[in-house]
Design a protein around this ligand. Sequence first.
Ligand SMILES: Nc1ncnc2c1ncn2[C@@H]1O[C@H](COP(=O)(O)OP(=O)(O)O)[C@@H](O)[C@H]1O
Ligand SMILES: [Mg+2]
Length: 302
Amino acid sequence: MTDDRRPPLKIEALEKHYGPVPVLRGLGFEVAPGERVALLGHNGAGKSTLIKLVLGLIRPSGGHIRVAGHAPGSAPARIATAYLPEQVAFHKALTGREQLTTFARLAGEAPSAVMPLLERVGLAHAADRRIGAYSKGMRQRLGLAQALLGRRRVALLDEPTSGLDPLSRHDLYAVIDEMSANGTAVLIASHALTEVEARTDRIAIMRDGALVADDTLPRLSRQAALPIRIRLTAAEGAADQLHAELGGQRVNGSAVELLCPADQKMAHLDRISALGETVRDVEMVPPSLEDLYRYFCGEDRQ
Ligand SMILES: Nc1ncnc2c1ncn2[C@@H]1O[C@H](COP(=O)(O)OP(=O)(O)O)[C@@H](O)[C@H]1O
Ligand SMILES: [Mg+2]
């Protein structure tokens, strides 16, 4: 039985050392029901280690983890947790349907749940083919179907779109949204920022085993106070004039780019509209997730 009043995932002062080498250093955070959190960090930052600790596959050197109020690796914690590993490994001799039926039994689901799930992830046509003949992308889809089984409080997805024949991001996010709508807390570990886009509720950034950011994208943007890029297209033959009036950088033949602090956006727009017909078009580009990531990983700080 799961306890719905307890947070799906709660981590406090988590430490992990391999011998003398610290891999996780005082990590703490919570994931609420239905919340989708992107866990970002370079290769080696400690994302997979964190997930293995939550699964109870390895033991922490210090701190606490509770999965729906239970100790990692305990029977109730395992029932409450869906896991999509970085490398999905299945029994090659079984068909997709047979493998998923085995998992369904373990998750306490009826075998009748299996075909709808295979349909859900686009594998119905291959249900009775052996997994040995599946492509990597098909195995990932099967992994996702397995993660959708049962009533999970937490889903841990480790680099869900890495690989040769990846799931399309669109399909993956449809499944993640479905989990979230059912109240499952979803943690998506990734080093590829384009995978998480802005379709998560919160961004947690790990660097060298510690959290360096943990908030919503708009709040992280405000905190970082990175400049907005204003891209102006000049009227025919007016690019030099525009550049002389506003400064910034000439781009191509007819464009000028300005970097402006977020709190000076309106003042800049006033100056730009005062230029009248010299300006043919204005585009405002807010800092990207990649800009923010570089900022919080300390690669961009002046
Ligand atoms: N079993 C292990 N023994 C020693 N060091 C390990 C072990 N597993 C992971 N590490 C080290 O821990 C660090 C974090 O690894 P990992 O959690 O896999 O990072 P990520 O998933 O963010 O790429 C890396 O420096 C890695 O080499
Ligand atoms: Mg990893």
